[in-house]
Design a binder for this molecule. Structure first.
Ligand code: AMP
Length: 289
């Protein structure tokens, strides 16, 4: 595995590989790798000649009061994990390398950002779109792998790839969870011990919602109340949102029907956690996949 820190070196390697018709699987991350990231890497390894992992904590996608400075980082550990997963290139640029001067062009994500994390984190998806546009042009991937844990991000990236005609196949990958159901996240290490125990309730509440929908409930408000009540009574976390939308459109639903997402965000003392489930709800009673 080669660690590359400059855009020029990365592009030179990729252009050579492209000239040899190699397929490039790309997994962009902010590092502090866990099983979720490793699942993306395994999938990329299976499906491509070359695997590129990027590790870059992108300041543009953090708000001024968010956790950019306390975001966990451990490059040495990440490097060994990446090596074990058969990564060919680890792209690890500095902030100065990625943003040497203020941008002369700004990308604004217009659709699907007035809800969920887009609403709670103004500018977040503009920052994600900006860094991915740069990374896509640097890595020229054949396929790019993203986790469904960030389901709104997947929807936004689908728009970015389509609108800007990136010749990239987007591969969404299922959420990887801890044994108690908590979605794996680099941020989980910043939970206090009692918060870590309570955090399992996030998935428990989504599972209860799914079961209730399977039982025939179709009223979004009833389901949202069920989730909110469980989170409020069983955790000290503060609910940021509990929402149900069509997916990937992220439009409000009168009735739970079709492909929909139930998404939650909960703030603990030092960490804000997100989770979701995506359901296929049929017309027939209890028709949930
Ligand atoms: P991050 O380092 O948090 O920016 O995540 C990098 C990629 O890994 C994103 O596409 C995430 O959606 C994905 N990811 C993070 N956590 C998980 C998880 N628990 N399961 C699946 N994918 C994940």
């Amino acid at each position: 595995m080669r660690v590359i820190t400059t855009i020029k070196d990365m592009q030179t390697e990729i252009i050579n590989l492209k000239a040899q018709s190699k397929s490039i699987g790309f997994v962009p991350t902010m590092g502090f790798l866990h099983e979720g990231h490793l699942t993306l890497l395994k999938r990329a390894r299976e499906e491509n000649d070359i695997v590129v992992l990027s590790i870059f904590v992108n300041p543009l996608q953090f708000g001024p009061t968010e956790d950019f400075s306390t975001y966990p980082r451990d490059f040495d550990r990440d490097q060994s994990l990446a090596e074990c997963e058969g990564v060919d290139f680890l792209f690890y640029p500095s902030v100065e390398e990625m943003y040497p001067h203020s941008s002369s062009v700004r990308i604004i994500v217009q659709e699907r950002t007035d809800v969920l994390c887009g609403k709670s984190r103004p500018g977040h998806f503009d920052g994600v779109a900006a860094v991915l546009t740069k990374l896509f042009n640097i890595v020229l991937p054949t396929r790019a792998y993203f986790g469904k844990k960030d389901a709104q991000q997947v929807a936004v990236i689908e728009g970015l790839i389509t609108d800007f005609n990136f010749p990239i196949e987007l591969i969404p990958v299922d959420i990887v969870r801890e044994e108690d159901g908590l979605a794996k996240s680099s941020r989980n290490v910043n939970l206090l011990p009692n918060e870590r125990r309570q955090a399992a309730v996030l998935f428990k509440s989504l599972a209860a919602a799914k079961e209730t929908i399977e039982g025939g409930e179709r009223n979004p408000r009833t389901i949202k109340n069920l989730i909110s009540n469980m989170i409020c009574s069983e955790t000290n976390g503060e609910i940021d949102y509990v929402e149900i939308y069509s997916y990937p459109q992220l439009k409000t639903l009168e009735n739970i029907d079709g492909t929909c997402i139930i998404a939650i965000a909960v703030k603990f003392s030092k960490v804000r956690l997100i989770d979701n489930i995506i359901l296929e709800v049929g017309q027939e009673i209890g028709g949930v996949k």
